[in-house]
Design a protein around this ligand. Structure first.
Ligand SMILES: [Zn+2]
Length: 451
């Protein structure tokens, strides 16, 4: 008989998947209508909604209040045969990023359902995934699936603004939540179409780039706009920024990215004889594709620029912010030293606004093997593509505590749909809600079910 943990197809649970697709759609529609835009967050309303849903299934949720409506919540499904093992965590965040309303085709908070697609801020990042996790969690209870470890559903505040009132606050005040065997979180999607190629490619992130957020401050001599001089702070800043923007970052092949590129090669996105270990080839791939460049290079994005008070006054000070992302294993001081050398101007200061330590990753883990078994048995020819997530997630906090944490939203998107994450017209099909719930349920049964 097939058992969880083995590499065989698991016996089907008697789930009415049409009904679950409806339930997922209703839940997500309501969740999308709760505005948890961060800032300010206001996650309490989202947490209350999740708690109400969990209570319907007989769970007793626990709230964690960091103040100012910054509320996280958890619920536990106890294992029947835990024998000292640590829980598997299904992690999500309640907050969403702001919208630029003028660019949306629909009201981003209306939960519009049109032709089998649900539109709204958070549909992908990550209220949709939270609903899939919630239903996988509830289905295990409804069908009395015996577990060998506890399952912890954890929905947290403040992920989108660097986790201060969310995961970082929880790590400090409720460190018991970090005692886990593995974490399933956001960080990578599956693609039914990628760079124009069709296939079933399920991204799984095992590491991510670390944010290094910088402020550049240029100083100079103030003066009257009618008498230009050579010490204008605004000119110093734009010259420094132009030098930074002109730098081509060196492509570096991390072990994960090698697996990513090898997968894309096998899937026919790159020629079969392409040698990705050749630095020149790699640099060429990076300059040809934004996606590949994000996976193999540190990055620097100019995100704001400002200063000056009046059109006829030369400012004494101007500022810009840089969002830099470092590959796993990179040294922050070396990166900053290189940046200083490129700027090469004593009147332009660099200060660190926020920094996370770039982690060396942990590619192989039991949880990744369970994902691989799921994709092998539950999809028609799907492949798993291990990768580094270019963005950062709350997984970094678990990984820093040695807990394997994977980014795994098992839905099949088009490149255009994936652009909705932090972008415009974010949306998810109800078919993807169903698929994601099915695949998560199978993965969790393999990882936590009784063998
Ligand atoms: Zn997210």
């Amino acid at each position: 008989m097939a058992v969880p943990g083995s590499d065989e197809k698991l016996p089907d649970l008697p789930v009415d998947w049409d009904e679950i697709e409806h339930e997922a759609t209703d839940l997500l529609q309501t969740y999308l209508r709760i505005d948890t835009t961060n800032p300010p967050g206001g996650e309490e309303a989202g947490a209350q909604f999740l708690a109400e849903v969990l209570r319907r299934d007989g769970f007793e949720p626990t709230f964690y209040d960091a103040g100012n409506d910054r509320v996280s919540l958890s619920a536990r499904l106890p294992g029947t045969n835990t024998s000292g093992s640590l829980p598997l965590v299904l992690l999500s965040h309640i907050d969403v990023v702001p919208v630029e309303r003028d660019y949306w085709s629909v009201d981003p908070y209306a939960g519009t359902l049109r032709d089998g697609v649900l539109w709204g801020r958070g549909a992908l990042d990550m209220k949709g995934m939270a609903v899939m996790e919630l239903l996988a969690f509830a289905l295990l209870k409804r069908h009395r699936v015996p577990l060998q470890r506890d399952l912890l559903f954890l929905a947290v505040a403040d992920e989108e603004a660097a986790s201060k009132s969310g995961m970082s606050w929880l790590a400090k005040h409720h460190p018991e939540l970090l005692r886990a065997d593995a974490v399933i979180n956001e960080g990578a999607f599956g693609f039914g179409e990628l760079m124009g190629h069709r296939g079933l490619i399920f991204g799984v992130s095992t590491s991510e780039k670390a944010p290094l957020w910088l402020r550049l401050t240029a100083t100079g001599r103030p003066g009257h706009g009618s008498i230009p001089h050579g010490q204008n702070a605004a000119v110093r800043l734009i010259e420094a920024l132009a030098r930074v923007a002109a730098v081509e970052q060196t492509a570096t092949l991390c072990p994960e990215t090698r697996l990513t590129l090898e997968t894309l090669k096998r899937e026919g996105l790159f020629p079969a004889d392409l040698d990705v270990t050749d630095p020149e080839v790699l640099q060429g791939l990076a300059s040809a594709s934004d996606l590949v460049r994000a996976l193999v290079c540190n990055s620097v994005s100019l995100t704001s620029i400002g200063g000056g008070s009046k059109i006829n006054v030369i400012p004494a000070k101007t500022e810009a912010t840089l969002d830099c992302r470092l590959l796993p294993g990179q040294d922050v001081d070396t990166f900053l030293g290189d940046l200083r050398a490129v700027i090469d101007d004593e009147h332009v200061e660099i200060s660190v606004v926020h920094q996370d330590v770039p982690l060396v990753s942990q590619i192989r883990s039991d949880i990744l093997e369970h994902v691989e078994a799921t994709i092998r048995h539950e999809t028609a020819g799907g492949v798993v593509m291990p990768m580094i997530s270019p963005g950062f997630t709350d997984s970094r906090i678990y990984r820093a505590h040695g807990v394997p944490s994977i980014g795994y939203t098992p839905v099949l998107l088009t490149t255009e749909e994936a652009g909705g994450v932090h972008g415009h017209d974010e949306r998810i099909s109800t078919a993807n809600l169903r698929l994601g719930t099915q695949l998560l349920l199978d993965t969790v049964r393999r990882a936590a079910g009784v063998p």
